[in-house]
Design a protein around this ligand. Structure first.
Ligand code: FAD
Length: 515
């Protein structure tokens, strides 16, 4: 076994540079440390559309040493407090709630206070207030276009939990600059061929610009091309299009309009709107929105999809030219093969409904960094990496599918097919069956394998109006008066929070000025 002294990352998108920065920080690149080189092609662009994140990104930015204000300024970033789902339960024009919210703050629970979800199910909250609204201040705050933190709060911390929206191209550029400052060597060049060694591992990658390059560990961050893990090593791709149907996207950048566009309020959540054969994302950045329609090519065609996108955006779309993307939906069950590990789209892609893409990159980078087999004994680290990534993917598929299969929509084949139990993974069916008579509990989840905390499952489950009847165990919930007071207090606190927290735009501008 040869110790791992040289790592070669192929690909310079979010996956490549985030992994490079994380490894440089955790492994150290000073003399005696690991030599990390990243090669990226000037001919093949980055995908450039991952603009929504999950709160884990704060820990990652802190871990690699990026200052929050510099990040906000450099990446045209804004604060994301959750996702608003419009028309996922029922189509437009039908009676009932037309949207629900998945906030990033967990339900308020004071030490010793009652757990709120069971009492919400028992009717302790006022009227028919949705669970996410009854249990946190966040919806109230985000609906009023206020930010999740005050000017004076420390980096990555605020009274409310949050992630970011940002410009993906600018994020990759910031990470590239930062990675190099941490000692990562950048090469510009295109890998044209991969040479395999006798044992089937990668022997070298051959580039036009730099000839043959060798390393002890190769990290494949070549995006959907998967040049190393797929083309060269043939690790099978598990297509899950029979469970998650969307496989294409049309995307466009929409400038804020009007004379007052620079003061336009910025939405502090992603707006995800369900349509006939998929859904649109709508993300507010500082100077523009990023909008895209992700859809199923089995249920609509590209022309109609572009019409739906244009219809959603309105007149502002008239002069814009959307970009079409074809997506491989699924993942490789084995993402680390011999001396090559895949991070990012080369390992897999699940639709961006809950921003799992960058979250999975963060996880993969942590795992490579912390399992790093410095002595060259790769096989056990690879096994652990593969087990954990596969388990994560499976759980994310369940979580994303839950948004679809609980719909009451039956207006198109897309929604009817999504509610068909044959398209629902057994693991999700089992969870949903248990939750018919009790709320999800943290014991339902294996923390280290989950991207989404139990509260996220609860918000989506009950946002989708899932029926859960806990009347048979009513005796287990005697604190209904305490719970009523708790819900009332949350309402009062949200009034106070509106006075305490700045508007979202003011917060973003102040942070940019500080950078
Ligand atoms: P890419 O960005 O494609 O980068 C590939 C890199 O490899 C490039 O630098 C390229 O030059 C290089 N390369 C390729 N081949 C070679 C070669 N032969 N030689 C040298 N270099 C090579 N994720 C989220 O978390 N949130 C979202 O909101 C979100 N939205 C998305 C929307 C859509 C429509 C899509 C498709 C994805 C979305 N994602 C989202 C996923 C996210 O975009 C990706 O996970 C993320 O950008 C990482 O991409 P990547 O770095 O793996 O690949």
């Amino acid at each position: 076994m040869k110790p791992i002294q040289e790592v070669l990352i192929v690909g310079g998108g979010t996956a490549g540079w985030l992994t490079a920065a994380f490894l440089a920080k955790t492994l150290g690149t000073a003399a005696g440390g690991v030599k990390i080189t990243l090669i990226e092609s000037s001919e093949i662009g980055i995908i450039g559309v991952g603009e929504g994140t999950f709160p884990s990104i704060k820990g990652t930015l802190a871990a690699i040493g990026i200052d929050e204000a510099c990040f906000i300024r450099a990446c045209n970033a804004t604060f994301k407090q959750g996702i608003r789902f419009d028309h996922w339960v029922r189509p437009p024009g039908t009676a009932g709630h037309d949207h629900y919210f998945h906030p990033f703050s967990a339900p308020s629970q004071r030490p010793g206070g009652p757990e709120l979800l069971p009492y919400w199910l028992l009717g302790a909250a006022r009227g028919n207030t949705a669970f996410a609204e009854a249990a946190t201040l966040q919806k109230r705050v985000a609906d009023a276009s206020h930010g999740p933190k005050r000017f004076t709060d420390a980096d990555f911390i605020g009274p409310l939990n949050y992630a970011y929206h940002f410009d993906a191209g600018r994020f990759a550029a910031l990470l590239c600059e930062h990675g190099q400052s941490l000692g990562v060597q950048q090469l510009i060049g295109t890998v044209e061929r991969v040479e395999l060694a006798e044992d089937g591992a990668i022997g070298s990658v051959v580039t036009r610009e730099h000839g043959s390059l060798t390393a002890d560990l190769y990290i494949d961050c070549t995006g959907f091309r998967a040049a190393l893990i797929g083309t060269a090593l043939g690790s099978p791709f598990r297509n899950i299009n029979d469970q998650l149907f969307v496989d294409r996207a049309v995307a466009v950048q929409v400038p804020y309009e009007g004379p007052d566009s620079q003061n336009h309020p910025i939405a502090s959540y992603t707006i995800s709107t369900a349509h006939e054969a998929g859904w649109t994302w709508d993300i507010g950045l500082q100077q523009r929105r990023g909008v895209g329609y992700v859809y199923s090519s089995r249920h609509t065609d590209d022309g109609r999809a572009e019409d739906v996108l244009r219809g959603y955006i309105g007149p502002a779309a008239e002069t814009l030219s959307p970009r079409l993307l074809k997506l491989n939906v699924g993942y490789r069950e084995v993402q680390w093969v011999k001396n090559c590990v895949a991070v990012g789209l080369s390992g897999g892609f699940l639709e961006p409904l809950e921003s799992s893409g960058i979250g999975l990159i963060e996880t993969a980078a942590y795992l490579v960094g912390f399992l790093f087999p410095a002595d060259g004994n790769i096989a056990p680290a690879a096994r652990q990496f593969n087990d954990q990534m596969k388990a994560r993917y499976e759980r994310i598929v369940d979580f994303v599918k839950m948004h679809y299969c609980l719909t009451q929509r039956s207006d198109t084949d897309f929604w009817r097919d999504n509610a068909d139990p044959r398209s629902v993974p057994d693991s999700l069916r089992e969870k949903l069956a248990m939750w018919r008579c009790r709320p999800p509990h943290r014991l339902d989840f294996v923390t280290d394998l989950e991207m989404y905390p139990p509260s996220s499952w609860q918000y989506v489950l009950h946002g989708m109006e899932f029926g859960c009847d806990i009347s048979a165990s009513r005796a287990a919930y005697p604190r209904i008066d305490d719970a009523r007071k708790e819900f009332q207090m949350i309402r009062q606190l949200s009034e106070h929070a509106l006075g305490d927290l700045p508007t979202h735009r003011a917060l973003v501008e102040r942070m940019c000025a500080r950078a």
